[in-house]
Design a protein around this ligand. Structure first.
Ligand SMILES: NC(=O)C1=CN([C@@H]2O[C@H](COP(=O)(O)OP(=O)(O)OC[C@H]3O[C@@H](n4cnc5c(N)ncnc54)[C@H](OP(=O)(O)O)[C@@H]3O)[C@@H](O)[C@H]2O)[C@@H](O)CC1
Ligand SMILES: Nc1ncnc2c1ncn2[C@@H]1O[C@H](COP(=O)(O)OP(=O)(O)O)[C@@H](O)[C@H]1O
Length: 294
């Protein structure tokens, strides 16, 4: 019989994010986030705000929606650019420390080109979410590119599917994902050789090298569109800082998962939700909790 997963318990590690007095934005890392097709620009802005408020040195958004690819007055710190098919050039010039792709990405031809470009960019941590996962589930070429990258650069890609996206990746029904979440996690790891975060109540987290862990925080108030986008941006922020703060992608992801769910619980305790709890409020609570952990 399979043993139950251990509890995700990362908060002691978060102390590694404490800043030395001489540190500058270069020490906090550069995160590049890709997504935000027409009608879903908000998904990329939420991921971007999470990345900004969780401490990345630079947060750069490659936005697919031309109408939204401009400075955001509510978050002028975000560097927002129009995504172009010349992704190799963009990556060469930008030299990001971490890339996240997927929030509101859509499934256009441009979205596929961007995802392939990211998968072929070597060595740095990648966070793959939402429509980027759906694209991989529909393309053998993208799945092969992901598997090849993991062979060359192990432990540098994290996938963050919710049960619907996990079902598509495995070609099964969502009910089958939910009826044995641990088995689903293991199948996703075997298929992709990635670090995998299977979201939902009691998020599961595992990798080819690490046995599964379970997040015991979180609540149904988190069931609001955009909450997963916040997790993606948070992982990117912590991984970007982790590069110069001795945290690897596995550790950074664990901190982000637990911080996200704990922040939502904390807000519910304060009477902010569960009904009407927003992803934007969760970002601010995550910032507050993270600073208390240092
Ligand atoms: N402000 C914006 O711009 C926003 C833009 N967004 C962007 O929109 C794009 C498409 O995303 P989306 O939300 O429209 O649909 P999507 O996630 O593909 O599928 C939903 C289906 O999946 C399942 N399912 C999910 N969770 C489950 C669970 N815990 N437990 C069980 N099942 C679960 C469930 O399927 P069912 O079980 O009903 O068959 C559900 O109906 C994407 O790029 C995203 O980033 C969003 O982030 C929102 C804010
Ligand atoms: N009932 C629940 N209990 C705990 N966490 C939940 C619950 N429902 C949703 N979540 C969390 O909220 C987030 C939702 O992510 P996702 O479905 O990708 O949202 P979106 O695509 O709208 O951004 C995930 O982190 C998930 O674990």
């Amino acid at each position: 019989m399979t043993s139950p997963p251990s509890k995700l318990d990362t908060f002691a590690l978060a102390k590694l994010l404490k800043r030395g007095t001489s540190e500058h934005k270069g020490n906090a890392g550069k995160a590049l986030l890709i997504g935000g097709a027409p009608g879903m620009a908000g998904a990329l802005l939420l991921a971007g705000n999470a990345c900004l408020y969780l401490g990345a040195g630079w947060t750069i958004l490659e936005m697919l929606d031309p109408a939204s690819a401009k400075a955001c007055p509510e978050s002028p710190e975000l560097m927002i650019r129009l995504a172009s098919a010349q992704i190799d050039e963009v990556l060469e010039i930008t030299k990001p420390d971490v890339i996240a792709i997927g929030p509101g990405l859509g499934k256009s031809a441009l979205a596929s080109i961007l995802l392939m470009g990211v998968l072929q960019y070597p060595s740095i941590p990648l966070v793959i979410d939402a429509d980027a996962l759906n694209l991989i589930s529909e393309s053998k070429d993208l799945l092969s590119a992901l598997q090849n990258r993991n062979q060359q650069f192990p432990d540098q890609v994290v996938l963050t599917p919710h049960p619907g996206e996990a079902a598509k990746l495995l070609g099964i029904a969502t009910e089958n994902v939910q009826s044995d979440r641990l088995a689903t996690l293991e199948k996703l790891i075997t298929l992709t050789q990635c670090i995998v975060v299977l979201k939902g109540q009691h998020t599961l987290f595992g990798s080819p090298k690490h046995p599964a862990l379970q997040c015991q925080e979180g609540n149904p108030g988190m069931g609001t569109g955009g909450m997963g986008d916040v997790l993606t941006g948070s992982i990117a922020a912590i991984a970007a800082q982790g590069v110069r703060h001795q945290l690897n992608l596995w550790e950074s992801t664990g901190i982000a998962i637990q911080l996200h769910a704990t922040a939502a619980d904390s807000l519910v305790r304060q009477g902010v939700g569960p009904i009407g709890l927003t992803p934007s409020e969760t970002i601010l609570e995550m910032r507050s909790l993270l600073n208390k952990l240092l």
